[in-house]
Design a protein around this ligand. Structure first.
Ligand code: NAD
Length: 453
């Protein structure tokens, strides 16, 4: 099929590259001419495993093109996807201005009777509003509007898109439902479940799914706190609970609070929808507050460990992306935690294998390093914020020797407490007991439980 995508960011590019891999002809449009110039040279502007190879293959096969020209993008296309950003506004409501601006721009160019598919995450009822706009002020009563929310995870976007848990189509008319079913046939033929529903329900599915996953993270963070209070071990607890198939082990590891381009804004959006519909969502309201409070609490834990006068201390932050395998810094915990350290007068050094460029544009006064060991040089404390695999492989002995202080805050539970203690580190992870090693075993090093905090 011939399709167009308006908005070529993480979702638009993944959708375009994957649909062209399935044999469709895809034109990707964006208002950002720098991005389109880069893509036209076959250079992905984002880091996403496998993206570069996938794009290059489809471009060479003539199935994937990039343009800033809306007419060129949409001519002869029966499905036009909208994958523009939908950030939060100041009050936490969803800012739909990018969606409505894009609709106004594209409306005159759409082929007769084509289907406009909203892939952006939007509040329930948005497809209906877009249809009213098109059929009214924009004078395009021939255009059909459908919803096709996206569930991919950054860092695994291609695998997720090509092996979805389900494909959700929200369409009130059979033509659009038929077109979208045909588009995704290569995936449904391989067994991907297809749910066809009304647009309002498709939109709600996306919000409710993200709110539920975020609640799972918030819940396991609370259980990790409980484990710290009672001397328990969250690794065993989360595994034991998650092995229950009704619960599952995904999104069930403690961390420094969720971030990224979706969970923070989508939980705020979901809560705002609830308020507007007179159906408050108190669980999600609480989650949003708790998640922000957690980032501050874990930052304060680092400051307190550095004694009564932390000013002048050096702290190395390893990992600034909101999670591993992405260069995305949107609402990353580092954006809250690093400024708390800096306000206490602490000098922050940082490393991230992919997000340092993005980090430099949003974080001031941070000394960036090209490798984790040099970031840790002379540090009083090292803090792990992102679960990058290269950090798991760090030589703790070498790290300890490069540091001047002893504190290792592992907010992704990458290391073993005993191993860290053996290298003389005051190791603090989330929801796990301190090292069980004895003083003799550790060669006179103070056990973590007694270390000044
Ligand atoms: P993004 O910011 O990476 O990309 C959005 C793109 O849209 C940008 O390149 C921007 O230049 C472009 N754009 C904005 N206005 C435009 C216009 N009028 N015409 C053409 N292009 C325009 O955002 P993203 O992460 O790809 O997210 C897009 C949507 O998908 C959001 O609603 C998001 O919530 C949703 N979503 C994101 C993810 C994810 O992991 N990133 C997953 C599922 C759903």
């Amino acid at each position: 099929m011939k399709i167009a995508i308006i908005g070529t960011g993480y979702v638009g590019l993944t959708t375009g590259a994957c649909l062209s891999e399935l044999g469709h002809h895809v034109a990707c449009h964006d208002v950002n001419s720098i991005k389109i110039a880069s893509l036209s040279r076959s250079v992905s502007p984002i880091f996403e495993p496998g993206m570069q190879e996938l794009m290059t293959r489809s471009i060479r096969a003539g199935r994937l093109q990039f343009t800033t020209d809306l007419g060129r993008a949409t001519r002869g296309r029966e499905l036009v996807f909208l994958a523009v950003n939908t950030p939060s506004d100041q009050s936490g409501d969803v800012d739909l201005s990018f969606v409505f601006d894009a609709i106004c721009s594209v409306a005159p160019f759409l082929d007769h009777q084509c289907t406009l598919v909203i892939k952006s995450t939007v509040p329930p009822g948005t497809a209906g509003r877009v249809e009213d706009m098109l059929h009214g002020e924009l004078r395009r009563p021939d255009i059909r509007v459908a919803s096709n929310p996206e569930f991919l995870r950054e860092g695994q976007a291609i695998v997720d898109f090509l092996n979805p848990d389900r494909i959700v189509i929200g369409a009130d008319d059979p033509v659009s439902a038929g077109r979208l079913s045909t588009l995704f046939k290569p995936l449904t033929d391989k067994g991907a479940p297809l749910l066809i529903t009304r647009p309002v329900d498709a939109e709600t599915i996306k919000y409710a799914a993200n709110a539920f996953l975020a609640l799972k993270i918030g819940f396991i963070n609370n259980v990790a706190d409980l484990c710290e209070g009672i001397g328990g071990n969250i690794d065993d607890v989360s595994r034991g609970v998650g092995l229950d198939r009704r619960i599952g082990g995904a999104f069930f590891s403690p961390g420094p609070g969720f971030g990224g381009s979706c969970f923070p804004k989508d939980t705020r959006g979901f809560a705002a929808c609830g308020r507007a519909a007179d159906a408050p969502q108190p669980l999600v309201d609480t989650l949003i507050m708790e998640n922000e409070a957690r980032k501050i609490k874990l930052a304060t834990r680092i400051v307190s460990a550095l004694g009564p006068s932390p000013a002048g201390a050096r702290v190395a932050v390893l990992g600034t992306a909101f999670k591993a395998d992405t260069d995305d810094m949107r609402e990353a915990p580092a954006l809250t935690i690093i400024p708390v350290l800096q306000r206490a007068g602490i000098h922050v050094t940082a490393h991230d294998p992919r997000a340092s460029a993005a980090g430099q544009s949003v974080l001031g006064d941070v000394e960036w390093h090209a490798d984790p060991m040099s970031a840790a040089e002379d540090a009083d404390a090292v803090v792990i914020l992102t679960e990058w695999k290269i950090y798991q492989r760090l030589d703790l002995g070498a790290l300890s020797r490069r540091m001047r202080g002893r504190h290792l805050f592992d907010y992704r539970n990458l290391f073993d407490a005993e191993a860290a203690a053996m290298h003389g580190l005051h190791y603090r992870s989330l929801g796990r007991p301190p090292a069980l090693a004895t003083e003799a075993f550790m060669g006179g090093v103070i056990p973590v439980s007694q270390a000044a905090e």
